[in-house]
Design a protein around this ligand. Sequence first.
Ligand SMILES: Nc1ncnc2c1ncn2[C@@H]1O[C@H](COP(=O)(O)OP(=O)(O)OP(=O)(O)O)[C@@H](O)[C@H]1O
Ligand SMILES: [Mg+2]
Length: 359
Amino acid sequence: MKKNLIDFIDISKSYGDNLVLDKFNLTVKENEFVTLLGPSGCGKTTTLRLLGGFETPDEGKILFDGANITDLPANQRKLNTVFQKYSLFPHMTIGENIAFGLKISKKSSSYIKDKIKYALKLVNLDGFENRSVDSLSGGQQQRIAIARAIVNEPKVLLLDEPLGALDLKLRRSMQYELIRLKNELGITFVYVTHDQEEALTMSDQIVVMNQGYIQQIGSPEDIYNEPENAFVADFIGSSNILNGTMIRDCLVSVLGVEIPCVDEGFGNNTPVDVVIRPEDIVITSPENGFMEGDIISNIFKGVHYEIEILANGYTWLIHTTKNADVGAHVGINVDPFDIQIMKKAEHSDEKAVNIDDKI
Ligand SMILES: Nc1ncnc2c1ncn2[C@@H]1O[C@H](COP(=O)(O)OP(=O)(O)OP(=O)(O)O)[C@@H](O)[C@H]1O
Ligand SMILES: [Mg+2]
């Protein structure tokens, strides 16, 4: 059982009238890769800044290894932060930038030289020691910012959208490098991204946030397969999200059609959100579907076709490897196991239920 390394306990933070975090609770375990994921302005950077010691909460406390660090200055926390806007020292060379933290902690010059070499190799910028910051592209500067954080061997790395400026190929290879670092050096990561695919690829735990509330905490599989509410389902990949009525256990009504499902315990005639992933819908002949409609668009996406079908007044999104003709009249079908039923949120920023059970 991994031990708790970081605990946010009932943290609240406002800027003026803007309540950014409201009784935020989160536990990060040692050597875990935890990703904060959510729309712009939901409080991800604020959460990292509170953890890094660059902001003070209005209420609540933060524990590190069980000790209260809420009022500890940033430089005394065993954390290293790579900010959303990476801040290299413009008057220093790349090598000097990377060496900065090591010089402060009085490491020997041979140690520092080796570390610079190692870090540059890691971020694919071998031989860049003597280049100036100005001579690097945005993506290269971002990789140097990561290298600079890594050489200090912190217990925890806080990364705020660190791969945002990189092209897809480099982004993928940096994702693998970061995972390797986690496994080799036993570093704990608290990572911020907008990119749900990146979150699913890299994380042990994903924290889905919206307007300062945690909507769900779970493994990538949990979050993708068992989203707790329509917000999470929508944010993690495009989905068909419909208003429905749970008629009784294992039977739900959507768009005037009753469909078998596997969910129980919602009561009878209860309004619910019904979520069906685009890849779980099968296009079939009109008489074999639970609903029939017309294909209104079809776009080839490389691995799959993205097809829209207008049926009972709703435009269904379908991902399939089988091609189909626009204009065709078809049926749509779905396995009862692939229909997800969710309790309706009372407001869009409602706190996900049972957060305490999850952490
Ligand atoms: N120093 C500050 N002064 C006033 N308001 C702030 C400050 N920092 C953040 N905010 C506000 O707090 C809210 C949360 O900001 P935060 O930077 O944490 O969002 P974010 O989730 O990181 O968004 P993004 O994905 O766009 O980076 C926003 O409404 C922002 O305008
Ligand atoms: Mg941010």
